[in-house]
Design a protein around this ligand. Structure first.
Ligand code: SF4
Length: 488
């Protein structure tokens, strides 16, 4: 079968959609293109099984909608599969309606966290032929395409489909795929260069993404209440350190990759981390490539950060979320504000460059609480413990525990999914959209203090440092623009 794995153009005055491989959707004025690791693995698996695959990221390729639509309608593509999230689900429904009107024989498949949470809603609101639930939609898409090519093969678990006018399904999804059996992503098939340069996580380009695990090992009581990825991956699975090291080595030697961001929800710790770091050092990869990852405060000790520094980890992303212990508890983050302070200090002392994400607008927080979060990030920044940050509005995605709390407590201000894009408040809160915008702008501008600029300029050694600073400045301006009133 011929399958297009597509990200259709989503034209919007709000900017470029940060949809692929993203746990929290945003429109960005300064374009960032994240490697869609799971769909890229799907493409790799499908091609390996003999299907013809079109890697069709029209967002990263900057195609117009008309050009993209023509490329699908006029081609011999038989199946189009699309990942979707809450803030763009209505757009994807419209696109599927449009495609089916123009080419009724085209088989359309929807997948992602929002379709997983509310599959009937999507099947009722658009004529999608199939909807895949669960996070392992690379394994599921392969099994579905195998079934469509040969109807004697079973449909995978967790698929919704049409049986005449009835919406039928194959039962609850199961994480049956084995990461140890997964091939490395075919970087040529999935046009790796599209994602190698325009990404604020990279200091050194070309850069790329890997994923050591799916998705986050923070599981206690279901993980963080606002996170949809623990819902679509109920069990954590990881590759071996050796397999990851071999892939890193291949990326360096074959593609000249200089920086890799591993996008596992939280990078594996303990023996995995130690073995991976020691392998980076023993193979001399620490002199050839820089590594970045997501990490949780409250887990690693100073010696772990020091080892990561020696292994050439650089960018380390911490989901700080709040500067209030009560909120961290309610979000089930599993760490305290003091853990956050310690982690940033130790990571910095280990030679890493911490990036933090924080959120405001929780229904239970007062304005004074939100100000504490802003004060914490400012303080970390001024102490030189963090290098970059991202401030957003907390969004309750469908299927998460926070979403359920919203329904139980009547916290939602709107059910219009277009509003769930972090540009405005969608939950009742003392902290209004205008407060959030003001805080975000304040945070971003606080980066521009004279001591900070002086400190950064003092550290410039190479051309990479200059270009990184330049790109960081563009990103910063982009983020300030993201929070303009006219962008809501
Ligand atoms: S730490 Fe929390 S927010 Fe981050 S990936 Fe894990 S569960 Fe999700």
């Amino acid at each position: 079968m011929k399958i297009a794995i597509s990200y259709p153009p989503l034209e919007s005055p709000k900017g470029v959609p940060l949809l692929s491989q993203n746990r929290q959707f945003q429109w960005f004025n300064a374009p960032t293109y994240i490697y869609p690791v799971i769909p890229a693995t799907a493409a790799t698996l499908l091609q390996r099984e003999g299907h013809a695959v079109v890697w069709d990221d029209a967002v990263a390729e900057g195609k117009s909608f008309a050009d993209w639509e023509r490329s699908i309608i006029d081609s011999d593509v038989e199946i189009v599969a699309m990942e979707s999230k809450t803030p763009v689900i209505k757009k994807h429904w419209r696109i599927i309606r449009h495609l089916k009107e123009r080419k009724p024989s085209l088989v359309t498949v929807l997948m992602g966290d929002h379709p997983t949470a509310l599959p009937h809603e999507s099947m009722e609101n658009c004529p999608a032929d199939y909807l895949i639930t669960g996070g392992d939609y690379d394994f599921s898409l392969l099994a579905l395409c195998n079934h469509l090519a040969d109807r004697s093969k079973p449909m995978p678990k967790g698929v919704f489909y049409r049986d005449g006018s009835r919406i039928a399904d194959t039962g609850a999804f199961a994480q049956t795929g084995d990461l140890a059996q997964l091939p490395w992503i075919d970087r040529d098939l999935t046009k790796w260069q599209l994602y190698a340069y325009k990404n604020g996580n990279y200091k050194y380009t070309p850069g790329t993404y890997t994923m050591a695990g799916r998705d986050c090992w923070w599981r206690k009581d279901g993980g963080c209440t606002f996170c949809s990825w623990t819902v679509i991956y109920p069990q954590f699975q990881k590759r071996t350190p050796d397999d990851l090291l071999n892939e890193v080595q291949m990326l360096v030697e074959k593609y000249g990759i200089r920086e890799i961001f591993d996008d596992t929800g939280t990078f594996p710790c303990g023996a995995f981390l130690q073995e991976f770091c020691e392998g980076m050092i023993a193979r001399g990869l620490n002199r050839r490539v820089t590594i970045g990852c997501n990490m949780k405060p409250g887990i690693l000790k100073p010696k772990d950060y020091a080892l990561m520094g020696r292994a050439n980890f650089r960018f380390i992303l911490f989901g700080v979320e709040s500067g209030v212990d009560e909120t961290l508890l309610r979000l089930n983050k599993g760490n305290t504000v003091q853990d956050i302070r310690d982690a940033m200090k130790w990571a910095k002392e280990g030679g890493l460059e911490p990036h933090v994400t924080c959120m405001v607008g929780y229904p239970w927080e007062s304005l004074a609480d939100a100000k504490k979060t802003i004060a914490l990030t400012k303080d970390l920044f001024q102490r030189g413990y963090i290098d970059t940050l991202q401030a957003t509005i907390c969004i309750p995605y469908a299927g998460t525990r926070l979403w359920k709390e919203c329904l139980e407590n009547d916290w939602l201000l709107t059910r219009d999914y277009d509003d769930f894009d972090m540009r405005k408040q969608v939950m009742k809160s003392e902290c209004t959209t205008e407060h959030v915008r003001q805080f975000a702008r304040e945070l971003y501008w606080s980066f521009l203090s004279l001591p900070f600029i002086f400190n950064k300029l003092k550290k410039i050694r190479t051309l990479d440092d200059v270009t990184y600073l330049f790109r960081a400045a563009i990103q910063l301006i982009g983020h300030v623009l993201d929070f303009r009133k006219s962008q809501a």
